[in-house]
Design a protein around this ligand. Sequence first.
Ligand SMILES: Nc1ncnc2c1ncn2[C@@H]1O[C@H](COP(=O)(O)OP(=O)(O)OP(=O)(O)O)[C@@H](O)[C@H]1O
Length: 790
Amino acid sequence: MEPEGERGWEPRPGARSKTLPRSQERLPQGTVRTGGRREHSATVGPAALVPGVPVGRSPSWGAPSAPLPSVAQRSPGEERDGPAVGRETRLRVVLRVRPLTRTEIQRGDRRVVHSLGDGTIHVSAPRHNATFGFNAVFDAGTSQEAVFEGSGMRQLVELAIDGFSCTIFAFGQTGSGKTYTLMGPFTQNETRPAAPGLLGLMQRSFACLLEQSQSCSSDLALSASYLEIYNEQVRDLLSPGPPCVLPLRWSKTCGFYVENQLSVDFESLETITELLLQGSQRRRTSAHALNRHSSRSHAVLTIHVRSRAPSTRPSKQGTLCFVDLAGSERVKETGSSGELSVEANNINRSLLALGHCISLLAKSQGKRTHIPYRDSKLTRLLARSLGGSGVTLMVACISPSSRCLSETLSTLHYASRARKVTTRPMANRVSRVKLLQTLEEEIHALQLENLSLRQQLCLPRVPMKSMEVPGTPLRPGAWPGWGGRYGSLGMCNCPLEGQLLAEGAPAWPSLYGLLRDFVVENEQLRQPRLSPDPSSDISAGPNHRAAHSSCDSQPLLQSARTPCVPHGHPTRLRQPDATPVSATRLPASVGGPGLHGHPHVGLCLWQGEDAQPTPPLPPASRPSCSQCCPGLADAIMSQTLPGPPIPQPVPPEGSTGVMPPGQEDVGLLGSHQLPRLSQLPQRKRRSRGKSRSSSQQHQLPRELLGSVRCPSPEGRVIPSAPPWPGFSEPRVGRGTGLAGRAHLSSRAMAGASSGDLAQPTHSSYTWENKRTPWGHRDLGLQGLHRPWDG
Ligand SMILES: Nc1ncnc2c1ncn2[C@@H]1O[C@H](COP(=O)(O)OP(=O)(O)OP(=O)(O)O)[C@@H](O)[C@H]1O
């Protein structure tokens, strides 16, 4: 008998089995035998989605309040160092049947699918008589809440909190109820969320997550990103202005990831619901014969869950990813033409690629050949969920109408096949030791870079302690003063080593305080003309300098393009790879902002141990930039820095504030081309590979670059760093969002916000983002109004 994957979608009439088929028996070494008798009617007992628990012994998926195994059971060994390899686990597949619509009833369509209970569904139509089994079947009358509880979403939320990458994707024919299941009866014209009873899996999961985050012992940091794949382009649905197209990249450590995707922090249900609503309103939809609000793109909403565990435990980083696939459609039936048919072709092509990958993944390990994830953007994004280390739930949606029979059968076969796919879930945890090492590297690199910049600027090597802002209290555990950091012994004099070796919590605030100070100093050194007297500015204490850096507006330090490193310094600066990126990528005449570069947003410092996270401001109280919107810098700085007055930014001389047409995007990329030295090795590595970085693809033409780089009005995304080793989730360049707080990420700061680090949660490189007006273009900079524009 041919394996199902090679037989196409033809159903096997009359097949029905309540027993575990041979193809799904548990074999030794955790393998699953496939390729025998075709089975699309199997009722697999309890799904083994819960990692580490053998098939047949795990709690039944969807069983309310089924206990999860303990962390130790799930991933033995992962406490030691990073993620541990999980056991082979099947995808969980549930089926939802929507009710007949009024049109279908009026048309006299017949119901051709009937739930038999026990996770089975029967298709009865002339020449088609088949039964299919799934982990759960929700018939037409099932409420949204029952779907949430019965599909095992609660457990997925718990797994995400525990550091697993969980994916829920809805698929099925157009108009079959995918969006309804995930988001409720949402239409783009809606400005209010649906009635509570109709809320979808997403909103219920958010509530569950927030509930758990409040009750669970470890502090959780939550953020969201939202994108769509439209006509094979990945577009950010949270970036202000029209959705911007983002590159999809691959890294050895983390696989495929979207570069420069915005990620927005949230702490309340209202905020995340609002994000969902506003992002969804920007998603491409159209009306066609089968659905008045048909999604024309695949949408992916990812919730990043980072737990800041006590310092002795590894930090966990899970994700909860909701994928609302565009529905497969027959152009003849939907009546699509023109743009609609182009969209339909793209949708069908990507779904075909997904189906192909699933067919191959459903084969046994021995028979599995290369999985062509690269065939579409969708399969690239779902690679980890399908064949990697994620925990995946598929929600297949079908219409019961006789008119949709062939599409329904396709979906049922698709879903049956998906049930054979296995993943090896792994919790994403970063050990304290690894985190310390990364911190150490980051601090060393920054220290050297700053030293080099100081030399270029002819500034004293040692910032004077006496110049620190008087009256600013030292953070507990922070390094007292700045003197000695660049002492005659250089790095040897740095007490960091002792800190790294020291056990216990007090090292953390000190390390992060140190890192913060270096970062702030680095920012200032890269923008020496920020204040009339750069040297005094830079050599002043960190707080004072941070106040200045809240609004940068001046060109990058040109002479910093070739930093000179003291001889004998045992650093990567001496390696060929360590040539500053700014030297190779920035034209000589380039001026540009530092890593921040946005005059409207401030550089927030870590708020110290005692500081409370700042709640997002309501739109009405949104502060504005210090010149065009004077409240923002004040608001930011007052939240972070006690004491010193906040200097206002000086508009650059002769700046017009208007980017030449067509220059907007390169301008941004140009500003992206200023990574810190500490990012160099990874960037170099990537550039050697096949895929080019965005900056390589879009080299900044010299003539287009004036002395003024035009930063975004809402904030910017810093050069996206490649994913961090040990972090399964690609780090995203964070930017502004619609609500909540948005971040810029950097290598170190990603670590800071990611886990173990109990203190500075929304740390440096953070700006307070209050609701962003949609009219602004963030990344393209078109129509940008800047303070000096007049
Ligand atoms: N379980 C359900 N109960 C009541 N109405 C439903 C249900 N499922 C879907 N609907 C309705 O059916 C219509 C189509 O649903 P929806 O837009 O969710 O389909 P879809 O699969 O997302 O379609 P597309 O792929 O074209 O975006 C909507 O009007 C929705 O309200």
